[in-house]
Design a protein around this ligand. Structure first.
Ligand SMILES: [Mn+2]
Length: 317
């Protein structure tokens, strides 16, 4: 344990870096998100905060563009903690040598924390411990602070990073119920892409800060303000706040939804709708897929099959 220069932590939620445009984004997503990550790390440096990433640094675990990895090596300077998320790995739950993230870990750009590999240090004369459970790793039932506790001193402040399906009001897909984890003061979960309310169980606060990037166009995302979670640690108190990351408005970032009025139309309008979708040119073909899903049923089964075949050829779904 070292007497660190830090006075707190800066938690960065699921960047989902990717070399192409996701879904209905119409801006220069690959660079916009890299800029946000860089902004966050600059902010941490300026304010003496130790940065920690909540997993899903990448959206695709492999075949990320070399220019992007190169820029990351330039951006990821100094000590940066992380866990890995479901998007950082390929099918199997462990991070392997084939996953891009492992390259950054080996290059010393990131340090993966776990139950076996904790970060510990002093922040404003309080002992701080950061552990983590990457995707599919067990969240501990308790954490023994005995070896870190010193007489006449405030108990260590223990933060645990996770990337799990946690059942938080507003996120129905959750499976893991928040409980008190003895010895853990703060559990911060990635994976859920929007900020949700804090759930307090005994001595443990369960936090869901949400992404620094907006990936889908759903209403939930529309209300999400890209932010990082700042945790200031004093000798006997801890303060949490959200810091907004400079970002463009929802309308600048996303294509308009144009589908709804077209849902009940006839064949000719269907074709017209298709040409409008072509004009949108989302890289992933997100608009096309959504449009077809809503409209294709009006045709005969053989034609439907043919339409999907063609759609698959032009998208990578
Ligand atoms: Mn994610």
């Amino acid at each position: 344990m070292s007497d660190s220069q830090y006075t707190g932590l800066l938690i960065i939620g699921d960047p989902h870096l990717e070399g192409r445009q996701p879904g209905f984004r119409k801006d220069d997503y690959p660079n916009v998100i890299l800029d946000k990550l860089e902004w966050s790390l600059d902010y941490a440096r300026t304010h003496n905060l130790l940065p920690a990433i909540l997993g899903d640094l990448f959206d695709k675990p492999r075949d990320n563009p070399t220019w992007m990895i190169g820029r990351l090596i330039e951006i990821l300077q100094g000590e940066i903690l992380s866990i890995y998320g479901n998007h950082d790995v390929h099918y199997q739950p462990e991070l392997t040598n084939d996953d891009t993230l492992s390259l950054l870990v080996k290059a010393g750009c990131l340090r993966i924390v776990s139950a076996e590999s904790l970060w510990s240090g002093m922040m404003n004369s309080r002992t701080v411990i950061v552990g983590g459970s990457s995707y599919r790793q067990k969240i501990p039932k308790q954490f023994d602070t005995a070896e870190y506790s010193k007489k006449n001193e405030t108990d260590p402040f223990v933060v645990w990073l996770t990337h799990h399906d946690i059942l938080i009001p507003g996120y129905d897909e959750g499976r893991i119920k928040p409980v008190e984890i003895e010895g853990v003061d703060l559990l911060v979960n990635g994976h859920i892409h929007r900020r949700l309310e804090t759930v307090t169980k005994g001595n443990t606060d369960w936090l869901t800060p949400g992404n620094i990037s907006r990936r889908s166009r759903s209403d939930a995302t529309k209300e999400h303000v890209p932010s990082v979670l700042r945790i200031d640690i004093e000798s006997s108190s801890v303060e949490r706040s959200y810091v907004e990351i400079p970002h463009q408005s929802f309308d600048v970032v996303f294509h308009d939804a144009i589908i709804d009025s077209a849902a009940k139309i006839e064949s000719s309008a269907f074709v017209a709708g298709l040409s409008e979708l072509q004009a949108r040119k989302t890289n992933s073909g997100a608009g096309l897929t959504e449009f077809l899903r809503k409209n294709v049923d009006q045709f005969e089964p053989k034609i439907i099959e043919e339409i999907w075949k063609l759609a698959e050829e032009v998208t990578d779904e």
